[in-house]
Design a protein around this ligand. Structure first.
Ligand code: GMT
Length: 377
């Protein structure tokens, strides 16, 4: 198949999933065309059968807010025609599903009925899509997609609840992980000694927005550190990073917090970690938690959203209510006990491989594409 994929190319779970999906589809023989405003961050510069088409929004002094969604629709229309694409798959509904619908309507003038698949990832449904400025267009664009997928059962139910599209068929296709790349034994690169200096390593990776509750990450760490010599490694950047550093200073633990900033390849870092912390306010899936589990790193997270579909409480990690810093810290200390850690680490890697391996999940997308193509014929 010739597939167009649109996503946010910058740091974030939806862009990571979309890019890994495109790479896996190309490896399975499909031709993949990324259509977005920047080179996706997880895309190496050249891969066979992978193409990148930049969306140029142009600049005109009249526009305080250049209409990216229109430029994207035009680029989609153009790439479908010039490259003979069979299908468009957009990740994150806003504005990608809307642009795809416009492109689809434009293509009707060329006698094409192009199937559009929309994958819902999280805040497109839970936060941004529920803002009154976007609610109606999000609902409209989801309903106009030929097929809709969501990354967890929880997100599917939330979509029906928030948008009331009872007639929409939403297929749950979970996120996935490459078990050969996210593999503890693959990365023996001295990072453990470099980052931990003999102490246990707690890690958190995110775009550091309020929904991640970065302050809780620091507070959990401070409580763990009272009982277990440990360091906290923070990867990524975002609006809450500075405040988290301030919290660490106030708690007297800043000297054991390492802020690494944005790093593209996180598999070697995760392979060096002992525990992964994700105490989010909301999380439709928690891709970074899955990548940690595959790397043999037990996860301490909030019992919220789609996280219980990813982390098995008491087996591959621990789930506690949002904001339960003391509960998460106690669970983390218990998980760091050597025998308990070994069992949880082995269970985490095995569970990630058995339920979320790339080959199985990508096969489900291929089957869905084939059905979508049949549907519009
Ligand atoms: O940051 C992004 O690219 C999207 C982001 C979001 O806020 O929607 O992440 C979501 O998509 C990821 C990939 O499917 C999920 O693993 C995250 O759980 C989800 N984030 C939230 O729901 C907060």
């Amino acid at each position: 198949m010739k597939l167009g994929i649109t996503c946010y190319p910058t740091y974030g779970g939806s862009g990571a999933v979309a890019t890994e999906l495109g790479i896996a589809l190309a490896a399975r023989g499909h031709e993949v065309h990324f259509i977005t405003y920047e080179h996706p961050f997880r895309l190496p510069h050249f891969l066979p059968r992978v193409h990148f088409h930049e969306v140029d929004i142009g600049r005109y002094p009249l526009f305080e807010y250049p209409p990216y969604d229109l430029a994207l629709a035009v680029r989609m229309h153009d790439v479908v025609l010039s490259q003979g694409l069979d299908l468009l798959h957009v990740h994150y509904a806003i504005p990608h599903a809307t642009s795809a619908w416009i492109a689809k309507e434009m293509l009707k003038e060329q006698g094409r009925n192009l199937p559009v698949v929309t994958t819902l990832h999280g805040t497109d449904i839970t936060i941004v899509g529920q803002d009154s400025s976007y609610h109606a267009i999000t609902r409209f664009s989801i309903e106009r997609s030929d097929r809709i997928t969501s990354v967890s059962q929880w997100l599917k139910e939330e979509t029906v609840r928030a948008f009331g599209c009872g007639n929409c068929r939403v297929d749950v296709i979970p996120n996935f992980v490459d078990p050969t790349e996210f593999h503890r034994a693959k990365h023996t690169n001295g990072l453990r000694a470099e980052l931990g200096g003999g102490k246990r390593i707690l890690m958190h990776i995110s775009n550091m927005r309020p929904v991640k509750r970065l302050g809780d990450v620091v507070r959990i760490f401070a409580q763990v550190r009272e009982q277990v010599p440990s360091v906290l490694v923070l990867v990524g950047d975002g609006p809450d990073r500075r405040e988290a550093e301030e919290t660490a200073r106030e708690l007297g633990v800043l000297g054991d917090v390492r802020c690494l900033g944005k790093i593209d390849e996180v598999a070697p870092l995760l392979a060096a970690a002992d525990l992964y912390l994700l105490p989010s306010e909301s999380e439709s899936f928690g891709l970074s938690a899955l990548e940690a589990l595959a790397s043999g790193v037990p996860v301490v997270a909030s019992a919220v959203g789609g996280l219980p579909e990813v982390v098995q409480d008491g087996v591959t990690g621990a789930l506690r209510p949002v904001g339960d810093v003391a509960g998460m810290a106690a669970a983390a200390v218990a998980l760091l006990e050597p025998a308990r850690w070994s069992a949880a680490s082995a269970a985490a890697a095995a569970d990630a491989r058995s339920r979320f391996a790339t080959a199985d999940v990508v096969g489900r997308y291929e089957a869905l594409y084939a059905e979508a193509l049949q549907q519009v014929r």
